[in-house]
Structures are given as structure tokens and as C-alpha cells.
Design a protein around this ligand. Structure first.
Ligand SMILES: [Zn+2]
Ligand SMILES: [Zn+2]
Length: 343
């Protein structure tokens, strides 16, 4: 069956092309993609020549869709289910998983060898998902059933930006009620950190961004200030030396810096070690907010339906799969919170 997918075939070479999608094997699920968000990490994959994924790569990792077929042994979803795809899945077998820490699983499962270019070459789906496509195949752990009331174009955002931002606050940093928080970089992930801080009951939420329009926009999602000030938690959603140094500089004694943004390779920051020691600064690294799809997507979806989490406000641009290039351009320009593509 010929399908479509956005493929990074060689360094710098990206195109929408026909691909083939095999039937799911045991423990796998075939999903028809209904909506997919355009995340910075996909741009990172292009800029870093695959970012560790063997080429050719099928781009996209933030999506919602409909289950079209399931392999043997799949029990948690059935044909016709509306699902969100998750990339930060747990294998259930590694030492971390067996020791009760699946959020830090080191060997997330994949469904290798199901997606191909027309010449038969295997495609590597980004983060084991590959959602800039009409259909994809993922392991059962990579799908979570959705409440029927949540539209696909909102639900897809749970899969990466929202889970990463909100759970960086609630899970990675475990920000307590009344804390003062700063967020550096107010795109979709940064605004999700803002919303997470609001859900945590933060007393102050400082939204920082070079773009004044983005700072202002953050107020609508729960930010309380748009200028720097002393905080207990500083989230660097950008991942540059300058932004990480700013995060450290904002912290009061005993404060915590959380690095979320993906840094370009070779990026470095200068840290004043005596000051770090004196202030007893903690540094945390958030891999997708340490989220666990099966536990976190249902509660995030519920908060969205209860009006506690604004997903609709994130979808500021829509397009079709063949508009992937314009979507990346809009993201680079910073003119959008999220573009959502439909096949
Ligand atoms: Zn594991
Ligand atoms: Zn992402």
C-alpha cells in the first residue's frame, strides 16, 4: 500500500515521498495519522543529519490518529480507537523499569523494519514514531487511547510539547506550590512549562523570550511577569550557552535550573563554580519531562477537557503534509506556537 511520508534521505535532503507501511507484527499497532504537530526536534533531526537516527529517516514524532490494525497480543487498544502516539515509552524489562523507574527507561521499544522507501530501504522513524506520514507502525506501548471529546489537532500536542513542558515542572523538577518560576523560551514547550507551573500552583511565573510578542502571549497561558527576577526554578527551553547561563543567574539560593532545550552539537556554557557552590544550585536535565505516556497522557487530556490546560490556544497554524517546509519556516520565524499538519 503506497503511503506518504516526509523523509530525510541524506544530509539536507528532505522531501515528501511515497513510502510503504507493512502490517503490524506481534505487539505492534498500525495507526492512521489524523494530526501531527511540527516540533523543533524534527528540525534538530534535519540540522544534525539524523541526530543519531540512521538515514533515511521518517520525520515527525508528535501525533494523534486512529488504530487501523493491531498485531498479535495487543490488548490495550483495538481497531478504531483514537490514540495519541508516545515516544518516551518504557520497555518494562530493563533494570530501570524493573526497579520501578519506567520514566527513565533506557531501552524504549520500537517496531523496526515496518516502514520503507519505495526501493525497499528501511526508514528509521524519528523517536520510534515517524508521524509526518499518512500511516505508521509503533509498538503497543507507543499508543495511548484518547477521550473521544478531545479533537485530534489538540490531542497530538500531548505527544511531545505539552508532555515535555508540563511534566518538566510536575515530574522532573516537582515544583512545589508557591514556588517562583522562570521560563526561558516561550514556544509551545515553554508555554507548556508556564501551564505546568500554573497547575503546580507557582506563585510567580516569569516568561522570558527575546521576542516581546511571545512574552506577552505567555500571560494568556498563566505567566505573571514578563521580565527577569529572582526565582526558585529556572527552565531553559532553548538550550544555548547564553540561555542556560541566564537560568543559573536568575536562581536564588538553593534554586534549581532545568535544561529542557536540545543544544546544537558543540554548544557550551560557562559556569562560575564558586558561585554555583555558594548558592547550592541544583541542575536537572529533562528528557521530555520524564513523561510516561500511559500515565501522563490520560491526566493531561483530562485537564484539557476540564479547562485546566489550554491546548486549543496552541494550534495557531494548520496545514497539510505537503506544507511541511512552510511549517518549519514558520517555526523558525517564531510566528507560530504550533503548526498542526493533517494528511
Ligand atoms: Zn525499560
Ligand atoms: Zn518534540
Amino acid at each position: 500500500m503506497a503511503e506518504l511520508g516526509v523523509v530525510l534521505s541524506a544530509p539536507g535532503a528532505v522531501a515528501l515521498e511515497e513510502i510503504t507501511v507493512d502490517a503490524p507484527g506481534p505487539g505492534e499497532v498500525l495507526v492512521r495519522i489524523e494530526a501531527t504537530g511540527v516540533c523543533h526536534s524534527d528540525l534538530h533531526v534535519i540540522q544534525e543529519d539524523g541526530w543519531g537516527h540512521p538515514l533515511p529517516v521518517l520525520l515527525g514524532h508528535e501525533a494523534a490518529g486512529t488504530v487501523e490494525s493491531v498485531g498479535a497480543g495487543v490488548a490495550s487498544v483495538q481497531i478504531g480507537d483514537r490514540v495519541v502516539l508516545g515516544w518516551k515509552t518504557a520497555c518494562g524489562r530493563c533494570e530501570r523499569c524493573r526497579n520501578g523507574d519506567p520514566r527513565r527507561c533506557r531501552t524504549p521499544p520500537a517496531a523496526p523494519g515496518r516502514l520503507h522507501r519505495l526501493d525497499g530501504t528501511d526508514l528509521t522513524p524519528v523517536l520510534r514514531t515517524g508521524t509526518f506520514a499518512t500511516r505508521t507502525v509503533v509498538p503497543e506501548a507507543g499508543v495511548v487511547a484518547l477521550p473521544p471529546e478531545l479533537p485530534f489537532e489538540q490531542a497530538c500536542l500531548l505527544g511531545c510539547a505539552v508532555a515535555t513542558g508540563v511534566m518538566s515542572v510536575l515530574e522532573t523538577a516537582q515544583v512545589p506550590e508557591g514556588a517562583r518560576v522562570a521560563v526561558i523560551g516561550c514556544g509551545a514547550v515553554g508555554l507548556s512549562v508556564v501551564q505546568g507551573a500554573r497547575l503546580a500552583g507557582a506563585a510567580e511565573i516569569r516568561a522570558l523570550d527575546l521576542d516581546p510578542a511571545k512574552r506577552e502571549q505567555a500571560l494568556a497561558f498563566g505567566a505573571t511577569h514578563t521580565e527577569p527576577g529572582p526565582v526558585d526554578y529556572a527552565f531553559d527551553v532553548v538550550g544555548l550557552g547564553a540561555t542556560f547561563e541566564q537560568a543559573l543567574s536568575l536562581l536564588d539560593g538553593g534554586g534549581t535550573a532545568v535544561l529542557i532545550g536540545l543544544s546544537p552539537s558543540g554548544e557550551t556554557a560557562t559556569i562560575d563554580l564558586p558561585k554555583l557552590f555558594r548558592k547550592r544550585t541544583r541542575v536537572l536535565v529533562s528528557h521530555g519531562g520524564d513523561h510516561l505516556p500511559q500515565e501522563d497522557f490520560p491526566r493531561l487530556a483530562k485537564w484539557a477537557l476540564d479547562g485546566k490546560l489550554d491546548l486549543a490556544g496552541f494550534v495557531t497554524r494548520r496545514g497539510r503534509l505537503d506544507g511541511w517546509s512552510d511549517a518549519f519556516a514558520a517555526m523558525r520565524d517564531g510566528a507560530v506556537i504550533r503548526t498542526v499538519l493533517t494528511p
